[in-house]
Design a protein around this ligand. Sequence first.
Ligand code: AMP
Length: 280
Amino acid sequence: MKIVTTVSELVDIINDWQKNNQTIGLVATMGYLHEGHQSLIKKSAEENDRTVVSIFVNPTQFAPNEDLTSYPRDLENDCRLAENSGASLIFAPSAEEMYPNGFNSYVEVVGITDLLEGKSRPTHFRGVTTVVSKLFHLTCPTRAYFGQKDAQQVAVISQMVCDLNFPVQIVVCPIVREADGLAKSSRNTYLSKKERQAALVLSQTLSLAEELIKTGEWRVAAVIQKMTDFINNEPLAQIDYIEIVDAKTLNMAESFTQPVLILLAVKINQTRLIDNLLLV
Ligand code: AMP
C-alpha cells in the first residue's frame, strides 16, 4: 500500500491504474479510523481492483466554534488499519495542498442542506460537497463508499452526483455499532467513562421509537415526544434535534406509511453525536 500526500503523486498513480482499465473505489474519511470506516474499505476492496482511502480533516466543513483543531488524528495507525482492510493507496494531503493560496471555488447543494445537520451547522455541507467533488476529480472512482451513519450526507452527495453528472456509483454501507449499540465514531474518543455510558441514550432512543412504531403508534409527534422525554431523563444529554423524515425527500414525515428516517443529534456534555435509523 502506498501513502501519498500531494495531488501530483496521486494523479500519477490514478493515471496508471486507468491506463490498465482498473476499477477504482474511493473511501473518503477524516481519519482516526475505526470498524465503521474499515467496513467501507473492505466493501470497496471486494468490489474494485484498487481502493483509495483519503484521510483529510477538512477545514471547510468545520465552523469556527467546532472541533477542527482537537479532532483526533493518528495517521500511522490509520495506515495500518486501512492496509489490513484492503486499501491500495492512502491520500493524506495537508490543508494547503487541498486549499492552496487563492482557492476560491465551492460546490453547493441547496434545499436538503438547509435541514437537520444543515440547520445546526450552516456551512458544513458546502465544505463536504466541495472536498468530495475535488476527491472525485482527483481519484476518478468507479464507486465511492459512504456510511449510513451520516444519512443526510449520503442524500446530499447523491443529489450532487446526479445534478452534476459525476460518473461514479454511490454505495451506502450500514452503520457499524459497538456491542452495546453506540454507533462507532471517531468523536467517541472524546467521551469520559461516564459520558460513554450516557451516550447509549442515542441508540436506545432509536430502539424505543422503533418499538413504539412497530406496536402501533401512528402519531409522529407522539413518537418524537416520547423520544424527547427519554433523552431528557439523561442528565448529561442535551438534544440538538430529533426528527422523523421521509426517507427519500428528507421532508418531515406525516405518517409511518412510507419509509422514514429517524435522526437525532445529541450533545453529551461537550461532545455532539449523531445517529439514525431507517424504517422501511
Ligand atoms: P468520517 O471520517 O467521520 O468523515 O467518516 C468517513 C466515512 O465513514 C463516512 O462515509 C461515514 O458515514 C462513514 N462512517 C463513519 N462512522 C461509521 C459507522 N459507525 N458505520 C458505518 N460508516 C461509518
